[in-house]
Design a protein around this ligand. Structure first.
Ligand SMILES: *Cc1c(COP(=O)(O)O)cnc(C)c1O
Length: 453
């Protein structure tokens, strides 16, 4: 018998599987309406509960349309997400498997698979053998976790430097989560003004020379693909400087780190190999579902010394594993303990599709951006703000106000053509296309551009 909450309702199971199958079969995935659906009444929570069919139906009719599906090829705002069907299928396996991806003791099988994916990323990034880390929930927690290790290592190596005095050199174009991470860590920034939005070695040395306390700068945060414009900092220059000056080098590649899969950008991003810590989000441009960021350290032992959580009841996790192997607890490498085995959907997708398809899909988004830019240059009513970098295109519609861009963006969504949002560039409101899904078509781009006449 058992508790009724833990019985499988086979009829409901069938309905849920049907729902998932239906959703998985949508190709292309529709945009849906987001808050424009405007009909999200809720059913009250009761003591005796509702028939599951009632709630499933309510979800289907009122809640599911009130999202903008981030995996639609028409989603070109912010940074989209384009999970492969294989990754989504395997996410369901993860959901049903009772995995806790915290420790070697509990989930060695999972850790081995996740580490295979992490090692592959590290190798592609040119980081040395022995690099490793964990999958975390996103780039924000990845940045925070990596910079925590950088701070502690930097302070430990500089006798006399107080923890709160330590600073990282960061570019004015760094992602907002980097500033937030420093805030949480209680340390400051040497804020560097980049050259045309690209943080270079010259910018760094000039900023250090002008600073009254350069000795407090313990590391550098570089971006591989800024979120707004896809710009890749001078990874080679900054990275080798850090290496020579015993500074921590953190590379935020949450979005653009995926360029390690791109033939055309391979050389541009080769400086990632200097990283002490590197992040890339498979939930952005490596075609895995939310939430999944890879965090890789050059010297995982340093991270372990900083992040391992000590508690009497956790000691057994840190003693060597029953098989006598080196234990690898993902929990030891970031600010987390219990964790979903969130690297597995990415691992399964990479294993089954193979590297070539990944390379092809990453390149497809870069090509889309290149062709969109060519099209913009050929048209009279729009103009390119700068050459595209990675898969992001910035352009303007001369004569338009902020309100014009906003109204246009809403109209495109109401018409279910695309989700495109304006951005700010050097104080000006402009249009921005962030490509990611390889099935986004040139025709769709054409339609978007035509809608701005
Ligand atoms: C998206 C992004 C982040 C934050 O990643 P989340 O997964 O959203 O937490 C950090 N840095 C860059 C460059 C990004 O594009």
């Amino acid at each position: 018998m058992g508790d009724p909450m833990f019985q499988l309702d086979t009829e409901l199971a069938q309905q849920i599987f049907d729902y998932c199958r239906e959703r998985l079969s949508e190709n292309p995935v529709p945009l849906d309406l987001g808050s424009m659906a405007n009909d999200t009444t809720v059913i009250p929570i009761t003591s005796e509960g509702h028939a599951p069919q009632t709630i499933l139906q309510h979800f289907r009719e009122h809640m599911a349309p009130a999202v903008i599906s981030i995996d639609s090829p028409g989603f070109l705002a912010f940074i989209p997400n384009a999970p492969t069907k294989n990754s989504l299928l395997f996410d369901m396996v993860v959901a049903c498997s009772g995995l806790n991806g915290t420790s070697w003791l509990e989930s060695q099988g999972v850790v081995v698979a996740e580490n295979q994916a992490l090692e592959f990323i590290a190798e592609r990034a040119g980081m040395p053998q022995g690099s490793g880390g964990a999958f975390v929930s996103g780039g924000s927690i990845g940045n925070l976790s990596g910079l925590t290790v950088g701070r502690d290592v930097g302070v430990a190596r500089r006798p006399g430097l107080e923890r709160h005095q330590a600073r990282f050199a960061i570019s004015a174009d760094a992602h907002s989560s980097v500033g937030r991470a420093l805030h949480v860590l209680g340390i400051g920034a040497l804020l560097v003004e980049p050259d045309d939005h690209r943080f270079t070695l010259e910018n760094l040395t000039a900023a250090l020379a002008a600073d009254p306390h350069p000795e407090t700068v313990i590391g550098v945060v570089a971006t591989c693909g800024t979120t707004n414009a896809g710009i890749i900092d001078d990874l080679e220059g900054l990275g080798s400087y850090c290496r020579d000056h015993d500074m921590w080098f953190h590379v935020d590649g949450a979005y653009g780190g995926a360029a390690i899969f791109s033939e055309s950008y391979r050389d541009t991003v080769s400086g990632i190999r200097h990283a002490d810590s590197f992040i890339v989000d498979p939930h952005k441009w490596l075609f895995a579902p939310l939430d999944c960021a890879a965090l890789v350290y050059r010297h995982p032992a340093l991270a372990r010394a900083v992040h391992t959580q000590e508690a009497g009841y956790l000691d057994i996790l840190h003693d060597s594993s029953p098989s006598g192997d080196v234990d690898w607890n993902p929990s030891d490498f970031a600010i987390h303990l219990s964790r979903r085995a969130r690297g597995l959907p990415f691992w399964f997708s990479l294993m089954t599709h193979g590297v070539e398809r990944y390379e092809h899909a990453v390149e497809a988004a870069i090509d889309l951006a290149t062709r969109a830019a060519e099209r913009i240059e050929a048209l009279d009513h729009v103009e390119l703000v700068r050459d595209p970098s990675l898969s992001i295109v910035l352009y303007r519609r001369p004569g338009w106000t902020n309100e014009d861009y906003t109204e246009w963006s809403h109209q495109l969504l109401r018409d279910q053509v695309a989700f495109v949002t304006p951005t700010k560039w050097e104080g000006e409101t402009i249009a921005r296309l962030a490509f990611l899904h390889p099935d986004t078509s040139d025709e769709l781009v054409e339609q978007i551009l035509a809608s701005m006449r």
